[in-house]
Design a protein around this ligand. Structure first.
Ligand SMILES: Nc1ncnc2c1ncn2[C@@H]1O[C@H](COP(=O)(O)OP(=O)(O)OP(=O)(O)O)[C@@H](O)[C@H]1O
Ligand SMILES: [Mg+2]
Length: 300
């Protein structure tokens, strides 16, 4: 594995307020990483520092082991910022052509159109006359124009309709299959869950969790096995098991909170316990996420 993004102790102060307060992570070639966190958590500020578009108060960032502002790096990355601003006065297709000209090995125009779902009508319009969603599609084409190895998308699908969103994620999946490295922020947990193998969670300028999506989900969401218990079943019997974290009783049902529902089920069968109406419940990621980002969350 090779590290292509390195962020070390980034801090950003705006008027003495710390928007980013000591953020470090590294990203390996071929990873697809989702950056999540509530509004104002410091995601965009971190990305801007990482890209060399904003000067850090402290810390440093490197892309391909180089200064993010260097030409060698610029030629190999594609960026779509949260606030899309396109140069006025040009038709969309002219702007894309202009951008392709900046890169040594740009993608062919037809390929860009196919990857981004841009329509003929969009391409012929002057950029200031495009709708918000159409602008995003053009911004997506600009990000891909240079056939980059590394892509940054800051809330890429905000304002996209269902079909643009589908095209966007299909293309991201294709790029990931080709071995490109992709970093995106989103407020849609489902997007992170569906497309990213790794999640980085921001809260109040810090990273509060960083790991494999499946692992974070497993740790964050409470799972439980519940059933109507026979009289001979005591809570203690479950509490002494290492994979059980909590046992509660509600409305005549016993709830075994666990990180391993399979082991709870096999224990019930093995010991032939008298239980009825067994249900396995998996917690919702949204709920767990809200909990973690609202309260004083512990690192997971
Ligand atoms: N140029 C600026 N001047 C002053 N404060 C700023 C500036 N840019 C960002 N901030 C502040 O820094 C904090 C982090 O903002 P940032 O845009 O990084 O958050 P975010 O995680 O990207 O949020 P969102 O999910 O809303 O995009 C916020 O409190 C914001 O008000
Ligand atoms: Mg942001």
């Amino acid at each position: 594995m090779s590290t292509i993004v390195e962020v070390d102790g980034l801090v950003k102060e705006f008027n003495e307020k710390r928007a980013v307060n000591g953020v470090s992570f590294s990203i390996q070639k071929g990873e697809v990483v989702a950056i999540l966190g509530p509004n104002g958590a410091g995601k965009t500020t971190t990305l801007l520092m990482l890209l060399g578009l904003l000067r850090p108060t402290e810390g440093k960032a490197a892309i391909f082991h180089k200064d993010p502002k260097s030409k060698a790096v610029r030629e190999r990355i594609g960026v779509m910022l949260q606030e899309v601003s396109l140069m006025d006065g040009l038709k969309a297709k002219e702007l894309i052509k202009l951008f392709r000209g900046y890169y040594p090995n740009p993608l062919p125009m037809n390929h860009l159109i196919q990857l981004t779902g841009l329509e003929k009508g969009d391409l012929e319009k002057r950029t200031e006359k495009l709708s918000g969603g159409q602008k995003r599609r053009v911004a997506f084409a600009l990000a891909l124009a240079g056939n980059p190895d590394l892509l940054f998308f800051d809330e890429p699908t905000v304002g996209m309709d269902t079909s643009s969103r589908r095209i966007f994620w299909e293309t991201v999946k294709e790029l990931a299959r080709e071995g490109k490295t992709i970093i995106f922020t989103t407020h849609y947990l489902q997007e992170a869950d569906d497309y990213a193998e790794r999640m980085i969670l921001f809260k109040e300028g810090h990273i509060i969790a960083d790991g494999k999506t499946a692992e974070i989900k497993r740790k964050m969401t409470k799972q439980s096995v519940s059933f109507v218990a026979g009289e001979d079943i005591s809570k203690e019997r479950f509490l002494k098991l290492s994979f059980v974290t909590e046992v509660t009783e509600k409305e005549g049902r016993m709830h075994i909170v666990t990180d391993d529902t399979d082991s709870v089920l096999s224990m019930i069968y093995k010991e032939n316990l008298h239980v009825k109406d067994i249900r396995v419940e998996k917690g919702r990621l949204e709920e767990a996420f809200e909990q973690l980002t609202k309260s004083q969350g512990e690192a997971v």
